[in-house]
Write a protein that binds this ligand. Structure first.
Ligand code: SF4
Ligand code: SF4
Length: 384
């Protein structure tokens, strides 16, 4: 996948304000399903790279299991979208196109995020009628990229980006191609080069402030007594490299004083074994898995989430707000930090790059038109 960034957030509309789980048929659910158990990279900001003792596995989810999960989910709630990744690389699955087709056969939008260091059967993937294909990067040159995408090769990624764009044209797919650029200190010059390259191929470009993940590491950072996980020297190095300074960002999020968490209220994170995790930000399956999705009613899973101790510690420290980009100040804090290290840096805010504050309802129409025009212009450019 990816690593978490500040743009990978759930819409906070329709989130119930109750602190107890109350079944609500209006909630639009997002399912984040890992279809494999591991990743080919070891990024230091991601638990696959920084929490190795918590383990990953070589497991694949079988297509029949995914079909059963979606069938049960649809019988219990409104499924708004299914993303086939959380902490893993979807292209490691031997039947990725089949997995996408299963989601689509239920009439549900499907997205993947990939580090794109591997690419297999791309025409089949395009023909499976995917809605979003996201590539996560953190540089345009290998020196910059390899520091934060450990074991990755940006030249391979760039070649694969071009292959994906060609496959999209070849198959007539209408998939949204997106590049998510993770911002760290020192990668701002590469950002412009990657934006130009990505847009020349017809990708939308979405910068995002990189985080230290998972929840276990963030909790150790803000409240060492709350969890038996350490911030080690390598984590500290990663923290020092983040463009968004963690301590200031968490403080801003904490000050919003909001007790509602959309990750708890309308999102289901499921592992390659079919187990439900407390939420998409927690990594250690031994400690934070709640039970099998297929064997446990959704309302029971939700009741377990709403009484979980870890949610209490997370909310007390404002981390749920931090994970869901709850504070508008985060953009300003990140930009100020980059400029204090690199006074000449020409960096726009994430909001500006994404087309400004995202309106809702009828007010969203001009925003959507603008985004569509940009997408078409990029596609035309890519064809020239
Ligand atoms: S590419 Fe990096 S951030 Fe994404 S899952 Fe793999 S190790 Fe984690
Ligand atoms: S652990 Fe935190 S982010 Fe996850 S569901 Fe609970 S409150 Fe939300």
């Amino acid at each position: 996948m990816t690593g978490k960034t500040t743009t990978e957030t759930l819409d906070k509309a329709d989130v119930p304000s109750d602190q107890q789980w109350v079944p609500n048929s209006k909630i639009k659910w997002q399912f984040d399903i890992d279809i494999v158990g591991t990743c080919n990279l070891r990024c230091p900001s991601c638990p696959v790279g920084n929490l190795r003792e918590a383990g990953t596995s070589e497991k694949y989810m079988r297509p029949e299991m995914l079909d059963s999960i979606i069938t049960k989910a649809k019988s219990e709630c409104r499924v708004y979208g299914v993303y086939l990744y959380n902490w893993t690389e979807p292209f490691l699955h031997p039947n990725l196109a089949d997995m996408i087709q299963i989601v689509r056969s239920h009439g549900i939008p499907c997205g993947i995020s990939t580090n794109l260091n591997i690419l297999k059967n791309i025409d089949d993937v395009m023909e499976a009628d995917l809605q979003m294909f996201k590539v996560s990067v953190s540089g345009f040159t290998q020196d910059v990229y390899s520091q934060t995408h450990r074991r990755g090769d940006i030249e391979v990624v760039k070649r694969n980006m071009a292959e994906v764009a060609k496959a999209k044209k070849r198959t007539g797919s209408s998939v949204r191609l997106v590049v998510a650029y993770h911002r760290y200190l020192g990668n701002h010059e590469d950002e412009e080069a990657m934006r130009e390259y990505a847009e020349s191929l017809g990708y939308e470009f979405e910068p995002a402030w990189a985080y230290l993940m998972p929840l276990e590491k963030m909790l150790a950072f803000v409240d060492n007594d709350a969890i038996d996980v350490e911030i080690n020297e390598e984590d500290q190095h990663t923290i020092d490299r983040l463009a968004l300074p963690l301590a200031d960002a968490v403080e801003a999020a904490k000050n919003t004083n909001n007790r509602v968490c959309p990750l708890r209220a309308k999102q289901m994170a499921i592992t390659a074994s079919g187990d439900v995790m407390l939420c998409c930000t927690a990594f250690n399956q031994d400690k934070y898995k709640l039970g099998s999705f297929l064997d446990t009613p959704l309302d029971d899973l939700q009741a377990m989430k709403y009484s979980h101790d870890l949610c209490g510690a997370c909310m007390k420290n404002g981390l749920h707000e931090f994970f869901t980009y709850g504070s508008d100040e985060l953009d300003d804090i990140g930009l100020a930090n980059v400029r204090s290290h690199y006074p000449d840096a020409k960096l726009k805010s994430v909001k500006q790059m994404m087309g400004g504050e995202r309106p809702r309802g009828f007010a969203a129409v001009p925003f959507k038109i603008k985004r569509e025009v940009k997408r078409i212009v990029n596609q035309v450019r890519a064809k020239l």
